[in-house]
Design a protein around this ligand. Structure first.
Ligand SMILES: [Zn+2]
Length: 176
């Protein structure tokens, strides 16, 4: 496993041209639902923090006319995050680690190409200090690069799988 991950990281560095990392991020397999909980953890923290503020507002020594409703956390982002389908792997920015579905077979090049994709995000994170993911345009540029490296890896390994098709439809109109 360690040897395979070392190989995948070396391939990622070579195919992306991005600077290598001194330390490889941890790569952990997990069941799909557990993986979503991990990935969405920051949204949950956010809603827990907002709920604490809301409680303080409604039960605390706040002035009567204060608008506590505005502080009421929206459960939707977390619920949406944990109910998404079709995710294979993710680089968790806050934790600088990679999680992937435990039904992937990393001996298979089509499957392990998703680790290459996430390794690209780890390299981007190091190069841009996390700032690349701050805007919609930045996220799309990061995804475009990650898919293009993943695709080059797939060609290199003689795989027919095409990735990143959906990304072409995505734009940032009306977004930051
Ligand atoms: Zn990605």
């Amino acid at each position: 496993m360690d040897e395979l991950l070392a190989y995948l990281m070396a391939a990622t560095v070579q195919l992306s041209g991005l600077p290598a990392l001194t330390e490889r991020p941890p790569v952990t397999p997990m069941p799909y639902q557990k993986m979503l909980v991990e990935i969405c953890a920051d949204l949950k923290e956010e809603s827990v923090r907002m709920l604490a503020q809301y409680d303080l507002c409604t039960h605390g020594q706040s002035v009567a006319d204060k608008n506590c409703e505005a502080l009421k956390p929206d459960p939707e982002p977390y619920a949406q995050c944990t109910s998404q389908t079709g995710l294979v792997a993710a680089y968790i920015l806050e934790q600088r680690r990679i999680v992937y579905r435990d039904d992937l077979n990393l001996e298979n090049d089509a499957d392990n190409s998703f680790i290459v994709h996430e390794f690209v995000h780890a390299l981007q994170d190091a190069q841009h200090g996390g700032k690349m993911f701050d805007t919609c345009a930045g996220v799309i540029a990061a995804e475009r690069e990650a898919y293009s490296v993943q695709q080059r890896y797939l060609y290199f390994r003689g795989q027919m799988l095409r990735v990143g098709e959906r990304l072409r439809m995505v734009g940032c109109e009306g977004l930051q």
